[in-house]
Design a protein around this ligand. Structure first.
Ligand SMILES: [Zn+2]
Length: 195
């Protein structure tokens, strides 16, 4: 039975790199995959890019209205695996649709994304919240904070100062905003320094 997987981790932990590796492994064995991402993530056009080099074109980008079950049923029934980047931007309904893809078509679906938004709010990302509730298989992709501990938060910085409020989606490069994956202790340190 195919499974719905959720691989989550902070920014820069190599989620997209892992996704590309899985796609490569399937294709090396002559299997087709379907690689998708949300249209929310427009900074790289329709491509998936990684910090360390490899990139690839997606099969399609989806918006919040895309019915992923119908789309895959019509156009991608023959694939061996569906791979979803930036899966935190799925809607709850789309996460449910991907579960049905595993059940009705016996196609495994591997979702990669953030667990928390930068404000660390419950339900900050509908897709991540739903995947954490329903996925068959959930695993963390680990990365390291500047202090050497495990980084679990994505912190937004403006001119070196932590930003704890604001909209979820701000595309990089629109201002002096940067994101860093940090541990809870460092997050508190920056938060208290602000006050
Ligand atoms: Zn730290």
């Amino acid at each position: 039975m195919a499974k719905l997987y959720f691989r989550y981790g902070a920014m820069g932990c190599g989620k997209t790199m892992q996704l590309l590796q899985v796609a490569f492994n399937y294709e090396e064995r002559g299997h087709k995959v379907c690689v998708i991402k949300p249209a929310t993530d427009t900074k790289n056009g329709t491509k998936l890019l990684t910090r360390i080099g490899p990139e690839r074109e997606t099969d399609f980008c989806f918006d919040k209205k895309t019915n992923l079950y119908d789309k895959i049923a019509k156009e991608y029934r023959g694939v061996q695996c569906v791979l979803v980047d930036e899966a935190q931007f799925l809607t709850k309904e789309q996460a449910n649709q991907l579960m049905l893809v595993t059940i009705d078509f016996d196609i495994p679906v591997m979702c990669y994304g953030l667990r928390l938004n930068f404000r660390r709010e419950d339900g900050g990302f509908d897709g991540a919240t739903r995947l954490l509730q329903i996925a068959h298989d959930i695993e963390e992709i680990k990365t390291i904070c500047e202090c050497g501990r495990k980084a679990t938060y994505n912190a937004r910085f403006l001119d070196g100062n932590l930003v704890a409020d604001g909209p979820d989606v701000l595309i990089d490069g629109t201002s002096d905003i940067t994101y860093r994956a940090i541990c809870p202790a460092c997050y508190e340190k920056y938060l208290r320094r602000k006050k």
